[in-house]
Design a protein around this ligand. Sequence first.
Ligand code: ATP
Ligand code: MG
Length: 290
Amino acid sequence: MRALEAEAMRYFDSYRVPAGKIVSLADYDPESTGGVKDRSEGEALLRLEQERLVTLQKQLYAEGKQALLVCLQAMDAAGKDGTIRHVLSGLNPQSCRVRPFKQPNTEDLAHDFLWRVHRWTPGHGEIMVFNRSHYEDVLIVRVHQLVEEAVWQGRYSHINAFERLLADSQTKVIKIFLNISKDEQLKRFEKRLDDPLRQWKISEADYSERQHWDAYVEAYEEAISRCTTDAAPWFIVPANHKWFRNLAVARIIREALEELDIQMPEPTVDLKDIRKRYHQAVRQAKKNKG
Ligand code: ATP
Ligand code: MG
C-alpha cells in the first residue's frame, strides 16, 4: 500500500493545472484511475484519506487562523453531490459546510456577481465547499449569453483579484473540475431514469444543457486557463469512475490542508499543575461516593 501511495502522490500532484497553462480538456482522460488497481484498493485508500481529513480538520479548527475554500464545478451528472457525500462524511459539520449556488435571485442580480458568494467564504478554522460557485458567471452565463460578452470577459480578472484577496486573508482556495465524458453523462442520465431514488434529480435542463456540451467545454477551458494561479489553483479530476473521483478529491483536499502547515496552539495552562488538579478531583469524587 505504501509504494502505491507514493506513486499516487506523484500522480495526484499532476492534477494541479499550473499557472499560465492553456488547457485543452481533450488532453485529460476522464476514464483514468491514476494507477490505482481497482475499486476495492481505491476505497481502502479513500478510508485512509478520510481519517487524515478528520485529524486535519480538528487541527485547522484548533489553530483558528486559516481557512480552506473548495469550489466544485462540473457538467450535469458528474457527481458533485456524491463527491461531497463520500469525501466529507466523517467531518464535523460545525466547521465544515457546503453551500450550493443555483440560479441567482433578484437580490443577487441587483449586486455584483461576487456579492452572493463572498458572504459564504469560510471563516478562519473552517472548511467551506461551494457546490457550483462564482465560476457559473463565466460558464452558464457565457454559454447562454445572459450578459453581454464584455461583461463576462471582464469577470476573469475580478475572479483572480477576489481569490487573491481571500489568499491574502489566510483562506486557501482550490477549484476542482470533475471531468466526465459525454458518453458517461448519458449513462448516468439513464440510471436516473430507472432509479426511484434518483428520478427527482432529472431535469429538462440536463438534456438542453447537454446540447451545449462543446460550448461548456470551451467555457471551462478558458475559465481554468485564465484563473489557475499559484494562490488558487484549478485541478482537473478524472470522474468517469466514481470511486476514483472520490479518492482524487479527498487526496487533493488533504494535500491542500497539509500545505497550510497548521500549527496547533500551545495549551494555555501548565499541564503538570492541571494533571495534579485532575487527580485531586478523582480522589474527591471517590471520597464523595464512599
Ligand atoms: P443537482 O442537479 O445535482 O441537484 P445542480 O447544481 O445541477 O444540482 P440545479 O438546480 O439542477 O442544481 O441547477 C442549478 C442551475 O443553476 C445550474 O444550471 C447552474 O448552471 C445554474 N446557475 C448557478 N449559478 C448561476 C449563475 N450565476 N447564473 C445563472 N445560472 C446559474
Ligand atoms: Mg442539475
